[in-house]
Design a protein around this ligand. Structure first.
Ligand code: SF4
Ligand code: SF4
Length: 304
């Protein structure tokens, strides 16, 4: 059974599904979207994060690095070609500018942590959100967590990119879910390969199956599209997605406004690279969102 690393457990969340929630972000994703909002969750492995905005430049870290990989004063103090990820430096940084991304937890430990906020979930109609990365990459392990939460009466929401083996999801995950949010990013397969690294065929098939099986397993299903300037928010793409939803009887979707904060997250893991979104550093306007929603409305699809 593949055991994932936990990137973050975010408590008291109001924006990862209905009500008050705890959201768990696992490391590892089968896609490689160029705009990834959580780029530090793409890799399965633990990573070293460095935040130059909080660094006070005192040089304590360099005294503890046996690889001579740290040079205080640089924009990125870490020379990633020398760093062997021993994480010794993270223990000494007084500003907590250096930190480990990815923590091992047992299923019991995670379930216990998530269950402690059940009273808040219950009064608010909330629960636990399993996110990523891609939570289904470790289907058996994460499904075990979903099952344990479900048995405690906690509603579980899965946020997924849809790229997984459906039969495995039926065995380990779907029976324990109250909600599924699944991304549908690009309808054109070539574009999907270009911007997300994989074909969208499996994702589109899984979307159809997840929607068809919602009564069988008792969850609500919501497809979602992140609006990425010039890539997913084009009239051609949104029209294609709306037509796909209509054709498959899916009545409702959510559009997610572009959030440019991923640029800074990439810098923190030393992976900032120039791509065609490098100048897209502002949030989407309400006018752009309304224009996108109007495309769906023309197909009779409700947009939230
Ligand atoms: S110890 Fe922390 S605050 Fe000091 S230079 Fe290193 S990264 Fe910056
Ligand atoms: S993780 Fe280890 S090798 Fe890498 S910079 Fe920190 S102390 Fe040096």
């Amino acid at each position: 059974m593949l055991t994932p690393l936990v990137l973050e457990v975010k408590g008291n969340s109001l924006d990862d599904g209905p009500g008050i929630r705890s959201a768990v972000f696992f490391k590892g994703c089968p896609l490689n979207c160029i705009w990834c909002h959580n780029p530090e969750s793409k890799s399965f492995a633990a990573e070293l994060s460095y935040d130059h905005n909080t660094c006070i430049g005192d040089g304590t870290c360099a005294l503890h690095c046996k690889q001579n990989a740290l040079t205080p004063g640089l924009i990125d103090v870490v020379d990633r070609s020398k760093c062997n990820l021993c994480f010794e430096c993270t223990k000494f940084c007084p500003a907590k500018s250096l930190s480990i991304l990815g923590k091992s937890m047992s299923q019991d430990e995670l379930v216990k942590k998530l269950s402690s906020d059940k009273p808040f979930y219950d009064v608010s109609g909330g629960g636990v959100t399993l996110s990523g990365g891609e939570a289904t990459m470790a289907m058996e392990w994460v499904g075990g967590v979903a099952k344990a939460l479900h048995e405690k009466g906690i509603r579980v929401l899965l946020e997924t990119c849809g790229f997984f083996e459906y039969e495995k999801a039926e065995e380990f995950m779907l029976p324990y879910l109250k909600n599924i949010y699944c991304d549908i990013k690009l309808i054109n397969e070539e574009q999907h390969i270009k911007y997300c690294g994989v074909s969208n065929k499996l994702i589109l098939e899984n979307i159809k199956k997840m929607f068809a099986d919602r009564s069988k397993y008792g969850y609500d299903f919501l497809p979602r599209t992140p609006l990425i300037p010039g890539i997913t928010d084009t009239e051609e793409n949104l029209t294609g997605i709306a037509a796909f939803l209509k054709e498959n009887g899916i009545p409702k979707t959510e559009l997610l406004a572009y959030n440019p904060t991923w640029h800074h997250k990439l810098e923190k893991i030393g992976k900032a690279e120039a791509n065609e979104l490098k100048d897209k550093t502002s949030f989407q306007s309400n006018e752009q969102l309304t224009r996108a929603k109007d495309i769906y409305k023309a197909f009779g699809i409700e947009c939230i």
